[in-house]
Write a protein that binds this ligand. Structure first.
Ligand code: CFM
Length: 545
């Protein structure tokens, strides 16, 4: 089956593309990669099983990051008033310092440690003789300087290898300091196969050490938590603006523009709205089990998706005033979005995109491309699990391997005094009958067209090959991919850090995105871009006897 793409590309056959990607590998590697490269069937209830959340084959240049990145950088990084102290060599701290573009508002108290880089700066002698004393001293120093309400400690690879007991150091220092919550994360980079393990480790410790610490009831009629929104490029600010306008109170965001107290109060909200399923579903499940707060999947990437998510939240509360207000807000916001879409559409319609991002954006951003009339011809996650591809229905069938078993699953029970189901079984049933689904995520695959390519843990070689064969109009991934793809003459948009752009969430974000992508896919500059070896084919020589 040949699938037509944009004008400049010829046509491609997904089976041929797949064969071509695999051709270069030794047979054992090819067999393994074949299970991670799927040709989408677009079947409603049945999608092909993809192999995901498995080790990258050594020697392959993966796009993934490490477990420490997922814990320190992703989940804990955006919280402004916790001192994030890295126990390890300075490089791990330096590369995790202000690189993710998670923005913050220092708030009325001005307590903001985000711009600092806290590290124990381990040296060879600490590796040999142990770094526990150095860690305790660093905690004391940070406390003396800033008097923060909380200090989080992050383990890097050498800490796990030499066996420093960071949890005991944290517990002792917590006791000694008295008014500072100190806890540690065993998030050594090697701990899991990707960032994803770091998310899980962070979720567990936040739940264990912070959530539920503040029982004070906050004002607000419709109280939610927004889980899995990290305020990259100001996305969270735009979502907060919309919530405020609708009269929805966001008790806590995990963890864009968040504070320690937001986490501590999360159990006082009445609904958990989950944006990035991959990184935070553990907290959503634990909040439900322990406190009785249900969760739903939302998406604020795409104007249509934003409207849909707002309606979903309003429907949950079932309050006429809120439902009407949400409709008013949508009616107020949409004309600007529609005008922007109409303006770019003649130039963007029919163009093609590829997206390879962490564990949820490759799905969420499809909405924005759809709104511009663009087709996603290939997508995948760096570290998504099967449920992020195929939907949560496959969770019971996911094989737990040694790598996942390595990550702690914490046992959570209903809180003896504070568990309180926010909706009765009857109310839940009524909502479900009306088409509402709780605790559910459909995944990327059912949303992708038939014959498109879905690839897990794409690597450098395959990315370039894919671009060469399928010639998309735009390729979206991260900084490591940016320049190798642009050298091929294809515009590359960073969907992790947004290059220097954003926000792209909500209504105003959609307008930003349309304009930016329009400029990228319609710029003539890419046609002039030829690498030296494209202009002058490689010289080859033969011996002259
Ligand atoms: Fe969730 Fe994220 Fe993502 Fe993620 Fe990330 Fe990110 Fe991402 Mo980069 S939490 S899974 S670990 S949406 S940092 S804000 S862009 S890979 S797709």
């Amino acid at each position: 089956m040949a699938t037509a793409t944009s004008s400049k590309a010829a046509s491609w056959d997904p089976a041929e593309v797949k064969a071509e990607l695999l051709k270069q590998y030794p047979s054992k590697v090819a067999r393994k990669r074949a299970k991670q490269i799927m040709i989408n069937e677009a079947l409603e209830n049945e999608t092909p099983e993809i192999s995901a959340n498995v080790r990258t084959i050594p020697g392959i240049i993966t796009m993934r990051g490490c477990t420490y990145a997922g814990c320190k950088g992703v989940i804990m990084g955006p919280t402004r008033d916790i001192v994030n102290l890295v126990h390890g060599p300075i490089g791990c701290s330096f590369y995790a310092w202000l690189t993710r573009r998670n923005q913050t508002d220092a708030g009325p108290d001005g307590e903001n440690y985000m711009t600092y880089c806290f590290s124990t700066d381990m040296q060879e002698q600490d590796i040999i003789f142990g770094g526990e004393k150095k860690l305790a001293d660093a905690i004391q120093e940070a406390y003396d300087l800033f008097h923060p309400k909380s200090i989080a400690i992050f383990a890097t690879c050498p800490v796990g290898l030499i066996g420093d007991d960071i949890h005991t150091v944290a517990a002792n220092m917590k006791k000694k300091l008295g008014d500072c919550n100190v806890y540690a994360f065993s998030c050594e980079g090697y701990k899991g196969v990707s960032q994803s393990a770091g998310h899980h480790i962070a979720n567990n410790q936040v739940f264990r050490h912070i959530v539920g610490e503040n029982d004070e009831v906050k004002p607000g009629k419709f109280k939610i938590n927004l889980l899995g929104e990290y305020n990259i490029g100001g996305d969270g600010f735009e979502i907060d603006r919309i919530f405020d306008k609708c009269g929805i109170t966001c008790i806590s965001t995990f963890s864009g523009n968040s504070t320690y107290d937001q986490f501590a109060s999360a159990h006082t909200a009445d609904l958990n709205a989950v944006m990035c399923h991959r990184s935070i579903n553990y907290v959503a499940d634990m909040l439900e089990t322990k406190f009785g707060i249900p969760w739903i999947k939302v998406n604020f990437i795409g104007a249509g998706a934003t409207a849909k998510s707002l309606r979903k939240i309003a429907e949950y509360f079932g309050d006429k005033e809120l439902i009407d207000r949400v409709e008013e807000v949508i009616a107020e916001e949409m004309p600007e979005v529609e005008a922007a879409a109409a303006e770019v559409l003649p130039r963007t319609e029919g163009k093609t995109a590829m997206m390879f991002v962490g564990g949820s954006r490759a799905h969420h951003y499809k909405e924005l491309f759809n709104e511009m009339g663009m087709k996603t011809i290939s997508a995948g996650y760096e570290f998504g699990h099967r449920d992020d591809y195929e939907g949560r229905r496959v969770i019971p069938d996911i094989k737990v391997d040694a790598d996942s078993r390595n990550i702690e699953e914490i046992e959570v029970e209903a809180d003896p005094t504070r568990y309180q189901p926010r909706k009765s079984a009857k109310e839940i049933e009524a909502l479900e009958k009306a088409g509402y689904s709780f605790k559910y995520y459909d995944g990327l695959m059912p949303d992708m067209d038939k014959g498109t390519m879905i690839i897990d843990d794409l690597n450098q070689y395959e990315a370039e090959k894919l671009v060469e064969l399928m010639k998309p109009d735009i390729f979206c991934a991260g900084i490591k991919e940016k320049f190798s793809i642009q050298k091929l003459g294809i515009p590359m948009k960073q969907l992790h850090s947004y290059d220097s752009g954003g926000p792209y969430a909500g209504f105003k974000g959609a307008v930003n995105f349309y304009h930016e992508i329009d400029r990228l896919v319609n710029s003539k500059v890419w046609g002039y871009l030829q690498a030296p070896w494209q202009r002058n084919p490689q010289l080859s020589a033969s011996y002259n006897y």
